[in-house]
Design a protein around this ligand. Structure first.
Ligand code: PEP
Ligand code: MN
Length: 337
């Protein structure tokens, strides 16, 4: 961090600032020639940008490293490998997560798991706790939904990705799930992020629909900082002025996050577009942009789906999508997992 001091800073203001720096344990250097500045070298920002901005005699504060210490990419350090039970998701993998928006019944989740596992999908998604905009909309089967998706996944040797909507539910969801999803509406639920960070299951963190890339990576930082290094990021579209799609897929977030962070980043074209007809082209865009995987909503009877029917694709469309990903993956140095 560079702290630029005012040209007319007094000797006593400088002295007081230096004293506070010494007391904080920050390593720093004071340069007095020309524009007076303090260069602070610290692994963790022991004193915040706001602290310096509120000190008399300080003109400006410039960060030269990003605020997310643990999520940031470091030269010479490999990208994160995610361990899900006996499976390892490596940087060369292209992860396919598929399933319905919500677990609706035993018949529904078993039927979908059976078809997806037949196509080689290893990760089954399905919400048991659903964060719905309206309190009148289907809220999910809760623990019964967790039990059903676990049973279906076990029968077809699949792993489960399912959402936790509150920190109180984390122990319960962690008991059933192989990977815990934190949804867009909860990306800044800091208690939930901390609770997910304190348990051992990998976390799929979706980007807040209004979150900047910095805020997204800082949300991941909460989980890492609480002790869980196993975080997969998911770009799922952001809110813009455009109403023709449910959200706007920020495809540039994919290569940008890969430059900024060692965490894998996958794409959810289902919630990004809200439109079945856009899932295949956006999936192609995602793999071409270098994404580490996809999260796709698939339903056996989308016309009867209790949530997100219009964006859910059927098995035939999913099979076509998978064939397309298999064709494109080698060009990107990826293998489908
Ligand atoms: C979901 O994955 O079904 C979901 C609710 O996603 P998001 O949080 O991205 O809206
Ligand atoms: Mn959904």
């Amino acid at each position: 961090m560079i702290v630029v001091l005012k040209k007319n800073i007094t000797a006593s203001e400088t002295e007081q600032l230096v004293q506070k720096l010494k007391e904080s344990g920050c390593k720093f250097q004071l340069f007095g020639d020309g524009e007076p500045i303090i260069r602070i070298c610290t692994q963790q920002p022991l004193l915040s940008k706001d602290f310096f901005l509120s000190q008399p005699g300080v003109q400006d504060v410039l960060r030269i490293t990003p605020p997310y210490e643990l999520a940031r990419k470091e030269p010479d350090k490999p990208d994160t490998v995610i361990r899900v039970g006996d499976l390892e998701i490596e940087p060369a993998h292209f992860l396919m997560i598929a399933g319905p928006c919500a677990v609706e019944s035993e018949e529904q989740i078993f039927g979908i798991a059976k078809q997806l596992s037949r196509l080689g999908v290893r990760f089954l998604r399905g919400g048991a706790f659903k964060p719905r905009t309206s309190p009148y909309a289907f809220q999910g089967l809760e623990e019964e939904g967790l039990r059903l998706i676990r049973k279906a996944a076990d029968q077809f040797q699949m792993k489960i990705v399912t959402e936790a909507v509150s920190s109180a539910h984390i122990p319960l969801v962690a008991e059933y799930a192989d990977m815990i999803q934190i949804g867009t509406r909860n990306m800044q639920n800091y208690q939930l992020l901390k609770s997910a960070g304190k348990q051992k299951k990998p976390v799929l963190l979706k980007r807040g629909m209004n979150a900047t890339i910095d805020e997204f990576l800082l949300a991941a930082e909460y989980i890492l900082q609480a002790g869980n290094s196993q975080v997969i990021l998911c770009e799922r579209g952001i809110r813009t002025f455009e109403k023709a799609t449910r959200n706007t897929l920020d495809i540039s977030a994919v290569p940008l996050i890969q430059q900024l962070s060692h965490l894998p980043i996958i794409v959810d074209p289902s919630h990004a577009s809200g439109k079945r007809s856009l899932i295949l082209p956006l999936s192609r865009a995602a793999i071409a942009a270098g994404a580490d995987g996809l999260l796709i909503e698939v339903h056996n009877q989308a016309e009867l789906a209790k949530s997100d029917g219009p964006q859910s694709i059927d098995f035939q469309a999913f099979e076509e999508l998978l064939a397309s990903m298999n064709e494109l993956a080698p060009f990107l140095g990826k293998r489908i997992l």
